[in-house]
Design a protein around this ligand. Sequence first.
Ligand SMILES: [Zn+2]
Length: 389
Amino acid sequence: MNVIITADRLYTPLEQIEWPVVFITDGVITGVRSRPECELPAGSTVVDLGGAVLVPGFLDMHIHGGAGHDVMEARGALPILEQFLLRHGVTSYLPTTVTAPLDQTLAALDRLGEAIQRADQGGPIHDGLRARPVGIHLEGPFISHLRRGVHPPADLLPPTLEAFERFWEASHGQIKVMTIAPELEGARAVIAEATRRGVCVSMGHSDADAKAAQAGVAAGIRHATHTFNAMRALDHRDPGILGEVLMDERLSAEIIADGVHVDPLVVQLFLRLKGPETSVLVTDATAATGMPAGRYRLGGLEVDVADGKCMADGKLAGSVLTMDKAVRNVMKVANWDLQQAVRLATLNPARAVGLPAHSGKLVPGAVADMVALNANGDVLQTIVRGQVA
Ligand SMILES: [Zn+2]
């Protein structure tokens, strides 16, 4: 089926195109041109999105849930979450596990791995349009007791190749991101093996000093999990993991830009150091996202949500942030323009995760997942595989 989408402006996101015309066949972009230089062929469905700005669909590489559901729940959670995500411009995501008893983690990895394989087989979209899970982010259990946040201490595990192998098998090989504290004994061997299998290994929930962080990078780490949160603090004589994350240009890094997890001034500092090339917006959203205040699940934990904060045990436990809000917050706190801010929710996470070359871009050959925004970054429409959701 041929579909043509027109709008006011398009960000690929690296390039800007005025009066864009996007040609789509069977859900894949076949051409991106500007209206003055092309004719609209007869017989195609034309969707005119008027004054909108078209950008690639957002990718959230760190999200635990939303719309009342957690990704580790036994059944039924993903379709509801995936419809909710479309309303916020997210067309693909990495369901993210938190530390839990081993059997629960293995069961969740199995379910999530199967869901990803089903979504991957593509074909016709059943049950309505939804965001697609494209890989699993394994956030625990290879993390530091000193920086565990709300991850339950009894279920943390020292990193071993045997444990990694069990998680990998359970996930059907669908772990694409793994958070690990590089200072733990045994971490380097696990980092090297996961990297060899194409996993984006990310340092986080860590009390590493700079030397241990650098050793982790030498072993294969190339990303950082929710920078500043659950990390040894920066000290001018002891720069620690943060010194390495902020200064090593080879590393991409996540930030939770909700105004709660990191002070807006520090978000500005982060954006200036990691720049438009390696900054990555994540939500770290929990089941409470998009829901009224109350009590919700985060993996096996209970979290209380009020005033835009998720708390467990007196600590922050994930967020209620949505990706469109994160993009608008970057525009607000750092005075970045929409094109630059959008890159942090599209191309940068796609590169960090290591998705195929066209992911996170509106170019010929890419899946036609896109968001129509207004100039403020508010979501007007979300398009999944060429279909308006
Ligand atoms: Zn998380």
